[in-house]
Design a protein around this ligand. Structure first.
Ligand code: PLP
Length: 335
């Protein structure tokens, strides 16, 4: 059901799960006169799409290398990562277990409905969505139970944010730069939503690798807009994960915390708590390019881009790439 391959120069297995490259669309001018570009990672294809497909290509490569007999992962009740892991499990014929925050709803909606359609088993823990430590303990407990009953689970941490998963975004960095070249512009900044940090770490690994290969080349600033109080607020954790990713890719260059920009000014009071700036940003994006942003992740990330632009962070005629990381299904959940 899926092709297998390797990343050049490393022994990292990759399974084809995403439809790549995703489009890079022109978004016209921002208020400052900067040019907006939208990288459509909401269109990665796997189980309604989103950023996690890129990580899962490597995480599932690792699972098959380990002869896993099932997948386990964990997330918030409306986790996109869990839904896409369930989709990967369906594609690879691997039973998939999802450890979720919250209690079982009367009717499954959004990402949970899709996860169930993909055949995953949902384990509701009753925990809060931002109680990452206890959600991870529940994943460890379930993984152990599956081992004890004779299974070989491949157990994936929150957001798929391991060094192996982050390789997906090191590769995406190269894809973005190649598309900018084709469009005849140099990107000044890449802006995206960050939560568990794997997307960010992968992009940083891609940046550091490109810088090492060509120190003269102008490369974009990588700006993560934080939407959760976990890894996203720890530049040192993202740097550490980026360096582990570089090591896996057999690169000798390393990042330092100076590369890591996490802007937490657009999170609002907490993860998944709506902000007016995010709902305004979602309307702006829908009117400008029919881009559909979700309130938990991509709209908050885009509100950060618009906020930075309003604060004159981007020069006139500079080129700003927003990675649309997906999140569509949670739009259809009643709150
Ligand atoms: C739609 C969407 N955007 C962005 C992110 C953040 O990605 P990461 O967890 O790699 O920081 C997520 C993570 O769940 C997501 O679902």
């Amino acid at each position: 059901m899926a092709d297998r391959g390797f990343v050049a120069q490393s022994k990292i297995s990759r399974i084809t799960l995403a439809t790549l490259p995703t489009p890079l669309e022109s978004g016209g001018k921002l208020q400052s006169g900067a040019n907006l570009w939208v990288k459509r990672d909401d269109l990665t294809g796997l189980g309604v799409g989103g950023n996690k497909a890129r990580k899962l290509e490597f995480l599932c490569g690792e699972a098959l290398d380990n002869n896993a007999t099932c997948l386990v992962t964990v997330g918030a009740a409306q986790s996109n990562h869990c839904r896409m892991t369930a989709a990967a499990g369906a594609r690879l014929n691997l039973p998939t277990h999802l450890v979720l925050s919250g209690v079982k709803p009367k009717q499954l909606e959004g990402n949970q409905m899709l996860s169930a359609m993909f055949g995953a088993t949902l384990h509701h823990t009753g925990l809060d969505a931002n109680d990452w430590a206890n959600l991870e303990s529940e994943r460890a407990k379930l993984t152990e139970e599956l081992v004890c009953s004779g299974h070989r689970p491949h157990s994936i941490p929150i957001g798929g944010s391991t060094a192996v998963g982050a390789i997906g975004y090191a590769v995406a960095f190269d894809e973005i730069i190649a598309q900018c070249n084709l469009e005849n512009f140099v990107a000044d900044a890449i802006v995206f939503t960050t939560s568990s940090g794997g997307t960010h770490a992968g992009l940083i690994a891609g940046l550091v690798r490109a810088r090492a290969n060509n120190p003269q080349k102008q490369l974009p600033k990588i700006i993560g807009i934080g939407v959760a109080k976990g890894v996203a607020l720890s530049a040192s954790r993202v740097a550490e994960l980026a360096n582990q990713t570089l090591a896996l890719l057999k690169e000798s260059a390393r990042t330092s915390q100076q590369d890591i920009i996490i802007d937490a000014n657009y999170m609002g009071s907490d993860y998944a708590v709506p902000t007016k700036a995010a709902s305004d940003a979602a309307i702006w994006a829908a009117h400008r390019g029919a881009w559909v942003l979700d309130p938990v992740y991509s709209a908050k990330g885009f509100s950060g881009l618009l906020g930075l632009d309003a604060n004159a962070e981007f020069g006139e005629n500079s080129n700003i790439v927003f990675i649309h990381t997906g999140g569509l299904p949670s739009l259809f959940v009643a709150h």
